[in-house]
Design a protein around this ligand. Structure first.
Ligand SMILES: Cc1cc2nc3c(=O)[nH]c(=O)nc-3n(C[C@H](O)[C@H](O)[C@H](O)COP(=O)(O)O)c2cc1C
Length: 203
C-alpha cells in the first residue's frame, strides 16, 4: 500500500507493509457422534500460532454432554473467539473477514446437506459457505454409517465445490492401544491438510 509523505513540501510515496496477521481457522462442532474430535482439534490448534474461531451447534452441545466430561464453557475457553450458532452478524459470516480455513469436526449429515444446498440458516453453514466462495480450505470430518445415496451425493457435490471430505475412520496400521491414539491420528491427519504437524502419531 502507498501513502504520501507531504512533509517539507514534498509529496513522495512511502511503502507501507501491513503487519502479518495470525492464521485463522474456524472449528465447528456439529451433532454427529465424535464430539471429542472437535474438542481435541481445538486443543491441538493451541500449540500453533493459530487464531481459533469456534462454533458449537445445539446438537453438538448435546453430544458433548453425552459423550465427554467437558463442559461447553470449557470448550469455548479453548478458542480466541467463540460464537453462538445463531449469530449471523459474527465476523466469520462475512467474506471480508479473512480466514484461512474451516474444519467441521465432527460433521453431521444435516450440516453436510445444508452446506451442499447453500442453505446458510446458521453460522456453521454460513461460515462454510463463505470459505467455499472465497476459495479457502473447507474440511468436513463427516460421520455417519452406513451411508445413503443422499449422503454420498452430497459428499461428491461439496467435493466438486472445493471441500475436502475427511471421514475420521480408524487407521489400524498405527496399532492403537486406546481411543486417544485413534483420535490423535485423525486430528493429526486433518491438521496435515493445513500444513500443521502435531507430531502426535507415527507416520
Ligand atoms: C448421540 C447422538 C449421536 C448422533 N450421531 C450422528 C452421527 O454420527 N451422524 C449424523 O449425521 N447425525 C448424528 N446425530 C443426529 C444429529 O445430531 C442431528 O441430525 C442434528 O440435527 C444435527 O444438527 P447439526 O448439524 O446442526 O448439529 C446424532 C444425534 C445424537 C443425539
Amino acid at each position: 500500500m502507498d501513502i504520501f509523505n507531504t512533509q517539507a513540501g514534498r509529496t513522495t510515496p512511502i511503502e507501507v507493509t501491513p503487519a502479518p496477521r495470525r492464521r485463522r481457522i474456524i472449528v465447528a462442532l456439529t451433532g454427529a457422534t465424535g464430539s471429542i474430535l472437535g474438542i481435541r482439534t481445538s486443543i491441538a490448534l493451541r500449540r500453533f500460532n493459530i487464531e481459533p474461531h469456534l462454533i458449537i451447534s445445539r446438537w453438538a452441545e448435546a453430544t458433548v454432554k453425552y459423550e465427554t466430561d467437558y463442559t461447553i464453557p470449557n470448550i469455548r475457553a479453548l478458542a480466541d473467539h467463540a460464537y453462538s450458532i445463531h449469530d449471523m452478524s459474527a465476523p466469520i459470516a462475512s467474506g471480508s473477514f479473512r480466514v484461512d480455513g474451516t474444519i467441521v469436526v465432527p460433521c453431521s449429515m444435516k450440516t453436510l446437506a445444508a452446506i451442499n444446498a447453500g442453505i446458510c440458516d446458521d453460522l456453521i453453514s454460513r461460515a462454510a459457505d463463505v470459505v467455499l466462495k472465497e476459495r479457502r480450505k473447507l474440511v468436513l470430518a463427516v460421520r455417519e454409517t452406513p451411508l445413503s445415496s443422499i449422503h454420498l451425493q452430497n459428499m461428491l457435490s461439496v467435493t466438486q465445490a472445493g471441500a475436502i471430505i475427511f471421514p475420521p475412520v480408524p487407521a489400524f496400521y498405527i496399532k492403537p492401544s486406546c481411543i486417544d491414539d485413534l483420535v490423535d491420528h485423525s486430528i493429526g491427519r486433518i491438521l496435515d491438510l493445513f500444513d500443521l504437524n502435531t507430531g502426535d502419531f507415527e507416520r
